[in-house]
Design a protein around this ligand. Structure first.
Ligand code: PMV
Length: 309
Protein backbone atom coordinates (compact mmCIF):
# COMPACT_ATOMS: atom_id res chain seq x y z
CA UNK A 1 0.00 0.00 0.00
CA UNK A 2 1.21 3.52 -0.72
CA UNK A 3 -0.09 6.48 1.23
CA UNK A 4 0.22 10.26 0.92
CA UNK A 5 -1.12 13.35 2.60
CA UNK A 6 -1.73 16.99 1.76
CA UNK A 7 -2.53 19.98 4.01
CA UNK A 8 -5.34 22.54 3.94
CA UNK A 9 -4.68 26.27 3.53
CA UNK A 10 -5.85 29.74 4.51
CA UNK A 11 -5.50 33.06 2.73
CA UNK A 12 -3.55 35.43 5.01
CA UNK A 13 -3.94 38.62 2.98
CA UNK A 14 -5.39 39.87 -0.29
CA UNK A 15 -8.59 37.89 -0.93
CA UNK A 16 -10.96 39.52 -3.43
CA UNK A 17 -8.37 42.15 -4.48
CA UNK A 18 -6.46 39.19 -6.00
CA UNK A 19 -9.32 38.69 -8.45
CA UNK A 20 -8.57 42.23 -9.75
CA UNK A 21 -4.84 41.66 -10.26
CA UNK A 22 -3.42 42.49 -6.81
CA UNK A 23 -1.19 40.06 -4.88
CA UNK A 24 -2.38 37.64 -2.20
CA UNK A 25 -0.60 35.52 0.40
CA UNK A 26 -1.72 32.03 1.45
CA UNK A 27 -0.18 29.52 3.87
CA UNK A 28 -0.57 25.77 4.43
CA UNK A 29 -2.45 24.49 7.49
CA UNK A 30 -1.12 21.06 8.45
CA UNK A 31 -3.60 20.51 11.32
CA UNK A 32 -6.17 19.54 8.70
CA UNK A 33 -5.20 17.08 5.98
CA UNK A 34 -6.41 14.91 3.16
CA UNK A 35 -5.02 11.37 3.09
CA UNK A 36 -5.10 8.97 0.14
CA UNK A 37 -3.91 5.41 -0.18
CA UNK A 38 -3.68 2.92 -3.03
CA UNK A 39 -4.07 -0.86 -2.76
CA UNK A 40 -4.37 -3.69 -5.26
CA UNK A 41 -8.05 -3.88 -6.27
CA UNK A 42 -10.62 -6.55 -7.02
CA UNK A 43 -9.84 -8.39 -10.28
CA UNK A 44 -11.79 -7.09 -13.26
CA UNK A 45 -13.17 -3.92 -11.65
CA UNK A 46 -10.43 -1.60 -12.89
CA UNK A 47 -9.74 1.48 -10.79
CA UNK A 48 -12.14 1.97 -7.87
CA UNK A 49 -12.19 5.33 -6.05
CA UNK A 50 -13.61 5.33 -2.53
CA UNK A 51 -14.33 8.54 -0.63
CA UNK A 52 -16.09 7.32 2.52
CA UNK A 53 -16.33 10.87 4.03
CA UNK A 54 -18.36 11.91 1.01
CA UNK A 55 -20.29 8.62 0.91
CA UNK A 56 -18.89 7.92 -2.58
CA UNK A 57 -17.51 4.86 -4.30
CA UNK A 58 -17.06 4.95 -8.06
CA UNK A 59 -15.63 2.86 -10.84
CA UNK A 60 -13.25 4.96 -12.92
CA UNK A 61 -14.45 3.39 -16.17
CA UNK A 62 -18.08 4.48 -15.47
CA UNK A 63 -17.38 7.90 -13.92
CA UNK A 64 -18.32 11.12 -15.73
CA UNK A 65 -15.52 13.06 -17.46
CA UNK A 66 -16.16 16.09 -15.25
CA UNK A 67 -16.18 14.25 -11.93
CA UNK A 68 -13.25 15.85 -10.06
CA UNK A 69 -12.24 12.62 -8.24
CA UNK A 70 -12.25 10.59 -11.45
CA UNK A 71 -10.57 13.41 -13.37
CA UNK A 72 -7.61 13.69 -11.03
CA UNK A 73 -7.08 9.92 -11.19
CA UNK A 74 -7.24 9.89 -15.03
CA UNK A 75 -4.86 12.87 -15.24
CA UNK A 76 -2.41 11.21 -12.88
CA UNK A 77 -2.47 7.87 -14.75
CA UNK A 78 -1.78 9.80 -17.94
CA UNK A 79 1.03 11.86 -16.39
CA UNK A 80 2.60 8.62 -15.11
CA UNK A 81 2.09 6.96 -18.53
CA UNK A 82 0.16 4.16 -16.84
CA UNK A 83 -2.65 1.90 -18.06
CA UNK A 84 -6.16 3.20 -17.27
CA UNK A 85 -7.57 -0.22 -16.69
CA UNK A 86 -5.58 -1.71 -13.86
CA UNK A 87 -7.25 -3.20 -10.78
CA UNK A 88 -6.57 -0.66 -8.03
CA UNK A 89 -8.51 0.77 -5.12
CA UNK A 90 -7.80 4.40 -4.21
CA UNK A 91 -9.28 5.55 -0.92
CA UNK A 92 -9.32 9.19 0.13
CA UNK A 93 -10.36 10.72 3.45
CA UNK A 94 -10.05 14.32 4.60
CA UNK A 95 -10.30 16.42 7.74
CA UNK A 96 -10.16 19.66 5.71
CA UNK A 97 -13.61 21.27 6.12
CA UNK A 98 -15.52 21.53 2.85
CA UNK A 99 -16.72 24.92 1.54
CA UNK A 100 -14.85 26.90 4.20
CA UNK A 101 -12.08 28.37 2.07
CA UNK A 102 -9.55 25.86 3.42
CA UNK A 103 -8.65 24.24 0.12
CA UNK A 104 -10.38 20.90 0.63
CA UNK A 105 -10.61 20.13 -3.10
CA UNK A 106 -6.94 20.89 -3.72
CA UNK A 107 -5.90 18.81 -0.68
CA UNK A 108 -7.90 15.77 -1.84
CA UNK A 109 -6.52 16.04 -5.39
CA UNK A 110 -2.93 16.49 -4.21
CA UNK A 111 -3.09 13.51 -1.83
CA UNK A 112 -4.51 11.32 -4.64
CA UNK A 113 -1.83 12.37 -7.15
CA UNK A 114 0.97 11.72 -4.66
CA UNK A 115 -0.30 8.33 -3.48
CA UNK A 116 -1.03 7.11 -7.00
CA UNK A 117 2.26 8.32 -8.51
CA UNK A 118 4.12 6.66 -5.66
CA UNK A 119 2.20 3.41 -6.24
CA UNK A 120 3.13 3.56 -9.93
CA UNK A 121 6.75 4.25 -9.02
CA UNK A 122 6.70 7.49 -10.96
CA UNK A 123 8.31 10.65 -9.55
CA UNK A 124 6.37 13.87 -10.03
CA UNK A 125 7.70 17.30 -9.02
CA UNK A 126 5.60 19.53 -6.71
CA UNK A 127 5.09 21.77 -9.72
CA UNK A 128 3.61 18.92 -11.80
CA UNK A 129 1.44 17.83 -8.87
CA UNK A 130 0.17 21.39 -8.50
CA UNK A 131 -0.58 21.62 -12.23
CA UNK A 132 -2.56 18.36 -12.16
CA UNK A 133 -4.50 19.49 -9.08
CA UNK A 134 -5.27 22.76 -10.87
CA UNK A 135 -7.09 20.82 -13.62
CA UNK A 136 -9.33 19.26 -10.97
CA UNK A 137 -9.81 22.68 -9.33
CA UNK A 138 -11.37 23.88 -12.59
CA UNK A 139 -14.00 21.15 -12.17
CA UNK A 140 -14.60 22.06 -8.50
CA UNK A 141 -14.66 25.85 -8.84
CA UNK A 142 -15.05 26.93 -12.47
CA UNK A 143 -12.41 29.68 -12.54
CA UNK A 144 -9.91 28.96 -9.77
CA UNK A 145 -7.10 31.45 -9.30
CA UNK A 146 -4.58 28.62 -8.78
CA UNK A 147 -3.57 29.73 -5.29
CA UNK A 148 -5.05 26.67 -3.53
CA UNK A 149 -3.30 23.98 -5.56
CA UNK A 150 0.02 25.90 -5.35
CA UNK A 151 0.07 26.35 -1.58
CA UNK A 152 -1.26 22.84 -0.94
CA UNK A 153 1.09 21.02 -3.34
CA UNK A 154 4.21 22.91 -2.19
CA UNK A 155 3.17 23.03 1.48
CA UNK A 156 4.85 26.45 1.82
CA UNK A 157 3.72 30.09 2.10
CA UNK A 158 2.90 31.43 -1.35
CA UNK A 159 2.88 34.93 -2.83
CA UNK A 160 0.44 34.91 -5.69
CA UNK A 161 -0.58 37.26 -8.51
CA UNK A 162 -3.33 36.03 -10.83
CA UNK A 163 -2.28 35.51 -14.45
CA UNK A 164 1.25 36.61 -13.55
CA UNK A 165 2.71 33.97 -11.30
CA UNK A 166 3.61 32.92 -7.82
CA UNK A 167 6.58 32.56 -5.53
CA UNK A 168 7.28 30.54 -2.44
CA UNK A 169 8.77 32.64 0.32
CA UNK A 170 10.25 32.12 3.78
CA UNK A 171 9.13 33.28 7.16
CA UNK A 172 11.50 35.23 9.40
CA UNK A 173 9.83 33.59 12.41
CA UNK A 174 7.22 30.86 12.77
CA UNK A 175 3.75 32.38 12.68
CA UNK A 176 1.13 31.31 15.23
CA UNK A 177 -2.41 31.54 13.93
CA UNK A 178 -5.84 30.84 15.36
CA UNK A 179 -8.34 29.91 12.65
CA UNK A 180 -11.99 30.02 13.70
CA UNK A 181 -15.03 28.82 11.80
CA UNK A 182 -18.26 30.84 11.93
CA UNK A 183 -20.18 27.65 11.12
CA UNK A 184 -21.80 29.55 8.25
CA UNK A 185 -21.32 27.98 4.82
CA UNK A 186 -20.58 30.38 2.04
CA UNK A 187 -20.18 30.06 -1.69
CA UNK A 188 -17.03 31.68 -3.08
CA UNK A 189 -18.67 31.91 -6.49
CA UNK A 190 -21.66 33.80 -5.08
CA UNK A 191 -19.65 36.32 -3.03
CA UNK A 192 -17.17 36.97 -5.87
CA UNK A 193 -20.07 37.36 -8.34
CA UNK A 194 -21.94 39.79 -6.09
CA UNK A 195 -18.85 41.94 -5.58
CA UNK A 196 -18.15 41.88 -9.31
CA UNK A 197 -21.62 43.29 -10.02
CA UNK A 198 -21.18 46.05 -7.46
CA UNK A 199 -17.69 46.78 -8.81
CA UNK A 200 -18.96 47.04 -12.38
CA UNK A 201 -21.60 49.57 -11.44
CA UNK A 202 -19.22 51.65 -9.27
CA UNK A 203 -15.56 51.03 -10.18
CA UNK A 204 -14.41 54.39 -8.75
CA UNK A 205 -15.62 53.30 -5.34
CA UNK A 206 -14.04 49.83 -5.40
CA UNK A 207 -10.75 50.35 -7.26
CA UNK A 208 -9.12 52.37 -4.44
CA UNK A 209 -10.17 49.70 -1.90
CA UNK A 210 -8.53 46.95 -3.99
CA UNK A 211 -5.47 49.17 -4.40
CA UNK A 212 -5.18 49.70 -0.64
CA UNK A 213 -5.50 45.97 0.00
CA UNK A 214 -2.74 45.38 -2.56
CA UNK A 215 -0.45 47.79 -0.68
CA UNK A 216 -1.18 46.01 2.60
CA UNK A 217 -0.22 42.66 1.03
CA UNK A 218 3.14 44.06 -0.12
CA UNK A 219 3.93 45.37 3.37
CA UNK A 220 2.65 42.14 4.93
CA UNK A 221 5.12 40.06 2.93
CA UNK A 222 8.08 42.02 4.34
CA UNK A 223 6.59 41.86 7.84
CA UNK A 224 6.33 38.05 7.50
CA UNK A 225 9.85 37.74 6.06
CA UNK A 226 11.24 39.85 8.89
CA UNK A 227 9.13 38.21 11.59
CA UNK A 228 7.37 41.42 12.74
CA UNK A 229 4.30 40.00 14.48
CA UNK A 230 2.99 43.35 15.78
CA UNK A 231 3.04 44.95 12.34
CA UNK A 232 1.45 41.86 10.84
CA UNK A 233 -1.40 42.07 13.36
CA UNK A 234 -2.00 45.72 12.51
CA UNK A 235 -2.02 44.90 8.80
CA UNK A 236 -4.62 42.17 9.41
CA UNK A 237 -6.85 44.66 11.20
CA UNK A 238 -6.46 47.13 8.32
CA UNK A 239 -7.15 44.43 5.70
CA UNK A 240 -10.29 43.37 7.59
CA UNK A 241 -11.60 46.97 7.66
CA UNK A 242 -11.20 47.15 3.87
CA UNK A 243 -12.96 43.79 3.42
CA UNK A 244 -15.82 45.18 5.51
CA UNK A 245 -15.95 48.17 3.19
CA UNK A 246 -16.07 45.78 0.24
CA UNK A 247 -19.19 44.26 1.80
CA UNK A 248 -17.86 40.71 2.06
CA UNK A 249 -17.71 40.32 5.84
CA UNK A 250 -20.77 39.48 7.98
CA UNK A 251 -21.85 39.85 11.60
CA UNK A 252 -20.58 36.37 12.59
CA UNK A 253 -17.12 37.10 11.14
CA UNK A 254 -16.99 40.57 12.73
CA UNK A 255 -17.96 39.11 16.11
CA UNK A 256 -15.15 36.53 16.00
CA UNK A 257 -12.63 39.13 14.78
CA UNK A 258 -13.63 41.42 17.69
CA UNK A 259 -13.43 38.57 20.22
CA UNK A 260 -9.93 37.59 19.08
CA UNK A 261 -8.68 41.17 19.38
CA UNK A 262 -10.23 41.59 22.84
CA UNK A 263 -8.57 38.35 23.93
CA UNK A 264 -5.17 39.80 23.05
CA UNK A 265 -4.55 38.67 19.46
CA UNK A 266 -2.05 40.91 17.62
CA UNK A 267 -4.62 41.33 14.85
CA UNK A 268 -7.45 39.49 13.12
CA UNK A 269 -9.39 39.36 9.88
CA UNK A 270 -11.82 37.27 7.89
CA UNK A 271 -10.14 34.83 5.51
CA UNK A 272 -11.29 33.67 2.07
CA UNK A 273 -14.47 34.65 0.30
CA UNK A 274 -16.43 35.91 3.33
CA UNK A 275 -20.17 35.97 4.21
CA UNK A 276 -19.29 33.06 6.48
CA UNK A 277 -16.41 30.59 6.54
CA UNK A 278 -13.31 31.28 8.60
CA UNK A 279 -11.47 34.12 10.27
CA UNK A 280 -7.83 34.16 11.33
CA UNK A 281 -5.92 35.85 14.15
CA UNK A 282 -2.21 36.28 14.84
CA UNK A 283 -1.50 35.00 18.35
CA UNK A 284 1.51 34.37 20.58
CA UNK A 285 2.38 31.49 22.96
CA UNK A 286 1.02 33.71 25.76
CA UNK A 287 -2.29 34.66 24.12
CA UNK A 288 -3.19 31.50 22.14
CA UNK A 289 -5.12 29.80 24.96
CA UNK A 290 -7.20 32.85 25.78
CA UNK A 291 -7.90 33.67 22.13
CA UNK A 292 -9.00 30.06 21.53
CA UNK A 293 -11.38 30.19 24.51
CA UNK A 294 -12.84 33.61 23.64
CA UNK A 295 -13.41 32.58 20.02
CA UNK A 296 -15.38 29.53 21.18
CA UNK A 297 -17.39 31.65 23.64
CA UNK A 298 -18.14 34.07 20.78
CA UNK A 299 -19.69 31.24 18.77
CA UNK A 300 -16.86 29.66 16.75
CA UNK A 301 -17.87 26.11 15.78
CA UNK A 302 -14.23 25.05 15.47
CA UNK A 303 -10.89 26.66 16.33
CA UNK A 304 -7.59 25.45 14.84
CA UNK A 305 -4.30 26.64 16.28
CA UNK A 306 -1.50 26.27 13.80
CA UNK A 307 2.15 27.20 13.51
CA UNK A 308 3.20 28.19 10.01
CA UNK A 309 6.93 27.68 9.33
O1 PMV B 1 -12.60 31.10 0.21
P1 PMV B 1 -11.49 30.75 -0.69
O2 PMV B 1 -10.26 30.27 -0.02
O3 PMV B 1 -11.93 29.92 -1.86
O4 PMV B 1 -10.95 32.11 -1.27
C1 PMV B 1 -11.59 32.90 -2.18
C2 PMV B 1 -10.62 33.98 -2.50
C3 PMV B 1 -11.15 35.01 -3.43
O5 PMV B 1 -10.12 35.97 -3.58
C4 PMV B 1 -12.37 35.69 -2.85
C5 PMV B 1 -11.51 34.42 -4.78
C6 PMV B 1 -10.34 33.91 -5.61
O6 PMV B 1 -10.59 33.19 -6.60
O7 PMV B 1 -9.18 34.25 -5.34
Amino acid sequence: MTEARAPGKVILFGEHAVVYGHPAIAVPVTEVQARAWVEPGEAGLGVVIAAPDLGRRLLLRDAAENDPLAAIVRLTLEACKAERDQDLTITVTSTVPIARGMGSGAAVSTAIVRALAQHLDHWLSSRSISELAYQAEILYHGTPSGIDNTVVAFGKPVWFIKDEGWEIFWLGKPLLLAIADTGVESSTKEVVGDLRQRYQSEPVRYDPLFQQIGEIVVTARSAIEQGHGDLLGQLMDDNHALLQELGVSCSELDRLVGAAREAGALGAKMSGAGWGGNMIAVVTEETRGRVDLMLRLAGATRVILTEVR
